[in-house]
Write a protein that binds this ligand. Structure first.
Ligand code: SAH
Length: 220
């Protein structure tokens, strides 16, 4: 009976637990991130035809030439964001909502989440999905995210889910002092960067090679 209700079993806690074990094996150590990723039903964020692969460590198409990020990179970016030595993170901005999966994970971890998407149907779908999951602490905006959201700034954290060709100077101005930004940078060769803001200014660290869809300008 359970098997039938769960289709091919992809919603079972065993399937989710396997994803969490894999993330651990890949080096993710932040238990709060792992717990949030166990909670969020990732299969609801992809088309039904792909649901059986939702918990595999792959990025999957979500239409409009966009993808849902692979679990490892979602976990890694949020883990880096949270490594603040105890400074609380209250308000977080995500650029590139896509299907809303990462926004849902963020919503389990932070009191206020803002997320921007430039493709209207993706924005609409994410809004419905997050509402269905009763994640009311996420504010979505249909807009070009490269200008950030000055009206909601400053942010304790900013995560970019699409790669800019160069460092985004405008966005980092929306970080609070003590705030952190995690972002992929580059075209063919991309690297994940951490930008930290303190009283003196900004400090950049280059973390690891990554592969993201490009940040595009303007609304689609
Ligand atoms: N966060 C998603 C990943 C989405 S892929 C997840 O949880 O899996 C990256 C998204 O960034 C795409 O949906 C793309 O449309 C969006 N994007 C690209 N450039 C953008 C821009 N300038 N402003 C807002 N969104 C942008």
């Amino acid at each position: 009976m359970t098997t039938r209700l769960n289709g091919i079993g992809m919603t079972s806690s065993r399937t989710r637990q396997r994803m969490i074990e894999r993330l651990r094996a890949q080096g993710i150590r932040d238990e709060a991130v792992l717990a949030a990723m166990f909670e969020v039903p990732r299969h609801l964020f992809v088309d039904e035809a792909l649901a059986s692969r939702a918990y595999d460590d792959v990025s999957l198409p979500i239409n409009y030439e966009q993808t849902i990020s692979q679990p490892y990179i979602v976990a890694r970016m949020i883990e880096v964001l949270r490594a603040t030595n105890g400074r609380p993170i209250k308000r977080v901005l995500e650029i590139g909502t896509g299907c809303g999966y990462q926004a849902a994970v963020l919503a389990h971890l932070f009191p206020e989440v803002y997320s921007m998407e430039r493709i209207q149907p993706l924005y609409e779908r994410s809004r419905r999905q997050l509402r269905d999951l009763k994640l009311h602490n996420v504010t979505l905006r249909y807009a070009d995210g490269s200008a950030g959201m000055p009206e909601a700034a400053p942010f304790d954290g900013i995560i970019m889910a699409a790669a800019a060709p160069t460092m985004m100077a405008a966005l980092r101005e929306q970080l609070a002092v003590g705030g952190r930004m995690v972002l992929p940078v580059g075209r063919l060769e991309q690297w994940l960067y951490l930008v930290e803001r303190d009283e003196q200014g900004f400090r950049e660290s280059k973390l690891e090679p990554v592969k993201f869809v490009p940040l595009l300008m303007g609304k689609a």
